[in-house]
Design a protein around this ligand. Sequence first.
Ligand code: FAD
Length: 399
Amino acid sequence: MESTELLVVGCGPAGGTAAREAARRGVATVVLERDPVVGAKRVCAAGLRPGFCEDFDLPRSIVHLDPATISLSTAKATYAFAMGPAHTTTREELDGTIGALAQAEGADIRTSTLFRGLRRERDGIVVEYADTRAGERKTIRARSVFLAQGSTARLDDVDARFGHPGWSAGLITCFQYRVYPERAAAPETYATLEMHYYVSRISGRNVIAWMFPKRDHLSIGLGIQAKIAGSELRAELDAFLATVERRLFAGIPYTVREEGNLLYGGLPRERIGADGVMVGGTAAGLVDATTGEGIHEAAVTGRLAAEAAGEVHVGRIADAAPRYERAVKNAFYGRLRRRQRLMTFLERKPARFDVLFRQLETTPRFAQLLQGDRSKLSRWDRMYAYAQAMKFSLTALRV
Ligand SMILES: Cc1cc2nc3c(=O)[nH]c(=O)nc-3n(C[C@H](O)[C@H](O)[C@H](O)COP(=O)(O)OP(=O)(O)OC[C@H]3O[C@@H](n4cnc5c(N)ncnc54)[C@H](O)[C@@H]3O)c2cc1C
């Protein structure tokens, strides 16, 4: 049977980064990617946090724009503050570039291959997959496995220890239009990432919507945490599109490409590492519930999986999974759980969004601290952020 050191499932930002960084460490790496072309089918607003390209050593050529402002809108008002600047791109370019760089480091990326399952044997993990181009079922033996197949990963059928009772309830149905205006939209369009939080007039549900500008199009979309009919989702997005169009590209003809996908917005999985198998990115439940951001989290888990597989490669550890799980939990679990609780608290009384956004607008340092990496904050920064969080809680509880 064919064998490798690290077998990666999925070539999104998590799988692609794992493959690139593991191969760079000399770890023999094979990637299984369901799609025929890496990144071609990913539906995403593709906003990247400040510093992402530098942190992950990616070329600036993938960046479309560097919006330096983020605006947060509610039904009542719009609040804006400076940021980073952040970047926008497309997933074709992001995932495609990471995949190509992984290949250049020596990773073997196999497109049109569908992961089916795995079993553990005495001398490794046997992974079964379908080569959909050749129409054949194949197996490969690996020392370590990194599962990074995104929001479609239920995983309880792969290993009961990865089961997560809240998985289905945490799924957010997303629908997005790529809007291609025939002429440039209003100049402010290209300087701002817009996020909108409101209760739908159509369905009465909480909606998160966005407008992210790109070189040649605008990503205009929304997500609702429920299973809802396509027609209802379309009506919601058409209503939102009309409000953006009025403000930013009234009178400019445009064409639209539609895209739909699921995003996970619940709590992270309890277990993400067991007997050589690691779970990363969205498959691990690592998405910020307040913003839908998950690319950074995904890429970091890829890096941590590569580090753990690298330690196995040099014989320093026998099993990559415990080290990986510890590192990911330290990096993300505290923040993502707090963000999930915050989102539930805000959605219970949507007027609380205004309390938070007003405070962020008037205290830029607080906004800055919330965007940054918590592990890099000084003691004073943490105390300041804590005091601001207390202030918010006390004010919001009175709403
Ligand atoms: C509409 C929308 C907008 C978003 N906007 C943003 C944003 O602006 N910024 C941000 O940071 N995050 C955003 N996100 C979240 C972001 O898309 C995810 O957090 C990120 O893609 C997670 O990366 P990943 O590598 O874990 O998984 P994915 O990117 O989902 O990649 C998984 C890969 O696995 C492959 N795969 C799946 N099943 C199998 C299988 N059985 N066998 C083989 N391959 C398989 C898929 O084809 C895919 O290539 C958005 C999500 C959605 C849905």
